[in-house]
Design a protein around this ligand. Structure first.
Ligand SMILES: Nc1ncnc2c1ncn2[C@@H]1O[C@H](COP(=O)(O)OP(=O)(O)OP(=O)(O)O)[C@@H](O)[C@H]1O
Ligand SMILES: [Mg+2]
Length: 370
């Protein structure tokens, strides 16, 4: 295959072809159309590393822009309100409010220097006005076009709680006033849960909670096939089946396996063998980029629980794991619950648990062997 590799195995990089997720995107589109008060205008996305949170935020931003909405990406560090008041909002107002004054002046007086318009907007919105005043003004301007503002906030687990709380009260106010605002935030599951316990962030608890889960087999098949064919390549039916198998519905692996298989195949169609050859790389990369950082935040006792599970080739009996650790069932259950909250493991039928992330078992076994 002569074309450039179409897969994008990097964090925060949008794929050429988006797999699945259409339901969420459709619902968000509807929410924007429905007007203020639609519950899906505030979305809180959580999911494991590499599950596609940043990509989803990008898609939601795109959906809003398509409707003529403005998108404000809230900074992940520092004082949100200060940033809004001093930089983000004055810039947007200068851009959008001046358009209106240009039109008014051109149609009214017939002459207007573009340079002077910018100055006018800056004079009219001196830096020290509050975020809330500036935002109200911006929303007034946008209301004239029937659009609004979407705020997005990524890496929610790492954002300063007081900053979120301060922004929360501003946002809540606008929602109550039925202004055209929307919010999409995303973060790792445990961090998001902790943030929600903070009293200033109650409003986020009312946001529509979306848990990004693994993609299903047909979504992976379809996205992989389209990505390859759109770039002028091809893949066999068996190749696609093996791809589904090694990817385990995990978006990052879809990109990585596709990328690698494309390279393996060089100028020929991608076969089953090409895809199979990607697995050592998938396992190694997942270990290094996803499992290792995730495990660093996990307390030792819970890590021991994972290590005990890794002795099994498939789902583990909770009783057997407790016995291996020399713990009472009740005590082991505490660790099990915590690990489920972290989305590292998942219930797998009565009395059974299994790893929730692909290649985690292999990673733990490699660690145990070292
Ligand atoms: N729906 C999807 N279809 C195809 N590929 C996807 C999809 N979602 C994400 N990806 C790919 O998966 C990888 C990880 O995506 P992303 O960076 O959005 O994950 P994340 O959940 O934000 O990870 P982190 O927790 O590290 O921030 C990227 O290579 C991206 O292209
Ligand atoms: Mg991300």
């Amino acid at each position: 295959m002569a074309g450039a590799n179409p897969f994008r195995p990097g964090f925060g990089v949008s794929p050429r072809v988006l797999a699945g997720r259409d339901e969420l995107l459709e619902e968000f589109d509807t929410a924007l159309d429905e007007g203020p008060g639609s519950p899906l205008r505030s979305v809180l996305v959580s999911g494991a590393r590499g599950m596609g949170k940043t990509v989803i935020l990008n898609e939601l931003e795109e959906a809003a822009r398509t409707r003529g909405w403005l998108v404000i990406r809230l900074p992940e560090t520092g004082d949100l309100l200060e940033e809004l008041a001093s930089t983000l909002l004055p810039r947007l107002l200068a851009e959008h409010d001046s358009e209106r004054s240009v039109r008014r002046r051109v149609t009214g007086a017939g002459v207007a220097g573009v340079g002077s318009v910018t100055t006018t907007a800056q004079e009219r919105y001196p830096v020290r006005e509050s975020a809330s005043t500036l935002l109200e003004r911006l929303l007034d301007v946008l209301a004239g076009h029937g659009t609004g503002v979407l705020f997005t906030l990524d890496e929610l687990q790492a954002v300063d709680r007081d900053a979120v709380a301060a922004f929360a009260s501003l946002y809540q106010h606008l929602v109550r006033d039925e202004r055209d605002v929307a919010l999409a935030a995303a973060g790792l599951p445990v961090g998001v849960d902790q943030l929600l316990q903070h009293s200033g962030t109650t409003f986020l608890r009312r946001a529509e909670r979306v848990q990004l889960t693994a993609l299903n087999a047909s979504d992976v098949t379809e996205a992989a096939r389209l990505t390859i064919e759109d770039a002028g390549g091809s893949i066999s039916r068996e190749g696609l089946d093996v791809l589904v198998e090694v990817v385990h519905g995990y978006p990052y692996l879809l990109q990585l396996a596709g990328y690698r298989a494309w390279r393996e195949a060089a100028d020929s169609p991608i076969t089953e063998a090409h895809v199979r050859r990607t697995t050592p790389l998938l396992s190694e990369r997942m270990g290094r980029l996803v499992h290792e950082p995730a495990l660093r935040e996990v307390p030792q006792a819970q890590r021991s629980y994972l290590a005990a599970m890794a002795q099994d080739d498939g789902a583990s009996s909770t009783g057997a794991v407790a016995a291996r650790l020399g713990l009472t069932a009740q005590h082991a259950n505490v660790f099990r619950t915590r690990l489920i909250q972290r989305e590292l493991i998942a219930p797998a039928g009565h009395g059974l648990v299994d790893f929730a992330l692909p290649y985690l078992r292999e990673h733990l076994r490699r660690q145990a062997a070292d």
